[in-house]
Design a protein around this ligand. Sequence first.
Ligand code: HEM
Length: 526
Amino acid sequence: MARLLRRIDSLFFSLLSLGGKNPTSRICVLLFFSWFLWRIWKFSVAPKWYPNRPKTYPYWIPFVGHTLSFFRDGDGTIMRARMYFKNDRAPFKLVIMGETVYVVTSPQDTASVHRQIENLSMDNWIKELMVQFGATSASINAMWSPKAMQSASKEPLAHVCQLLFRLQLNPGEYSNQVQERVLRKIHERMTWEEMPTSMILSEAHNSRVISLLHWSQNVLLQGATTSFFGKALLEVEPELFKYFFKFDESSWKLSYRIPPLLAKDLLRAKSFAQDAMQRYFDLPAASRADASWLVQSIEAKMRASGIPSRDIGRLVLMFYWTINANAWKSSFWMLTYIINDSNLRQSILDEVTPLLANNSLLSPVELAAQLCECLCLTSVYNEVLRLTASSVSVRTVVGPAAIGDLVLEKDARIVVPYRQMLLDEAVFGPDTNEFNHERFLQNPSLAKSSSFKPFGGGVTLCPGRQLAQREVLSFVALALCKFDLNMGEPLSNSHRNVPELEARIPCIGIMGPVAGQDVHTRVIRV
Ligand code: HEM
């Protein structure tokens, strides 16, 4: 050891003499030497010194780490890191804006993250999001502080809200009520007369060319917004969807705390949507009596904790985002793939037409339940989720925690990017980057694979997964059976037969198409 130190010492002085007498060159040499030592230590010595810590994917600039490459192409960065470590799928470390982020890419390690409920917590991330959503510290304290404990179980209000969501959405009486409302709304909107004019690109007798993007957005958001919030929210702000979509497109900047100067688009859209929410919560309760049990219960508990309308609006926008960010995108991708393949479309029509012919006998919930039994339709749904979900779970290490033999640093962040498993060739086959509607049909057990987790897992497993599947399948079946859909002639450069998936921008749910790309569909009244 002493010899090594003497060598470094003499190397240091030889390098310093290289800089000559000029102070600037001496500083440069010194900086280079320090950087060189840092690299050797960080990526050659430390991994051997601490074999029980996850390895760091090498980077060039301290603090900056992988930030730039991650924001340019998050998924690509994670994949390159996985390949650098010979695809052994052991957890590894990235450095993003100076912060340690452990990345977990195997089903076994994901299950281990889900099991360590006490020491790997989601709370810090939710608290940060609340700050990013602009709630005051007094309201955030009210959501988390012991003073605001709401229930006999002594859980903070933030956890009570999570429980309320699960109660409303997990199968049971409350879930039936909300599903009935959402699905009925979707049925009402899927008629020739109810097509919003904003999505119609051209019109002739009994035939229209429409934007598939706007159709899926409009129907799915109308259904969920009026069912969860009642009529008043869209009456208070008829332009809400426009700003919500702008917000959703740039919402990744919020999750990654991008400075306000580089996030003006996000901040403008967010403030507009929050203002609408505040005006909604300022209305007398009687004019919002048709809101869901969930929204009424959350509001009552927040008011009881002294949270004002302004902050209720800010916090509830987070919930609105969770409810509305994903299902319309799955609907869009499903219809896109189906109308591009006439054999597939016919197979699905063969399955669903008899069910819709009995439509008058079946309630929307009963119909949706039967659609979920259609093998071809659900295989397409699963394949769309597999190919387009970029879902992540985010946790913070708050107590002693390990994954296998690897010990995790306290306060570090853990990210589980499920896409790394959803595209695993060893599980899903060599054509894993392609849409293959027969994949789940030929091998139904894939839907139960531990690598197929588009809805996350553990205690935070998405409680909205049943509603999501039912609304998406209802929309797709109604679109195919009530209209004759064909690929429309392109009316602008935005048309693509199959748009590109926006996989570069970090996303924490279903990915949308690249901005400006759409599908122009000819819809004929039948
Ligand atoms: C295709 C559609 C959807 C996808 C892919 C999806 C995905 C996810 C994922 C991956 C999580 C887990 C996040 C984590 O572990 O940290 C999650 C949580 C959640 N999702 Fe979904 N979701 C979808 C639709 C919905 C819908 C329609 C609703 C509500 C109506 C909903 C409500 C929630 C809620 C409340 C949570 C938080 C659960 C908790 O923390 O306890 N989701 N979702």
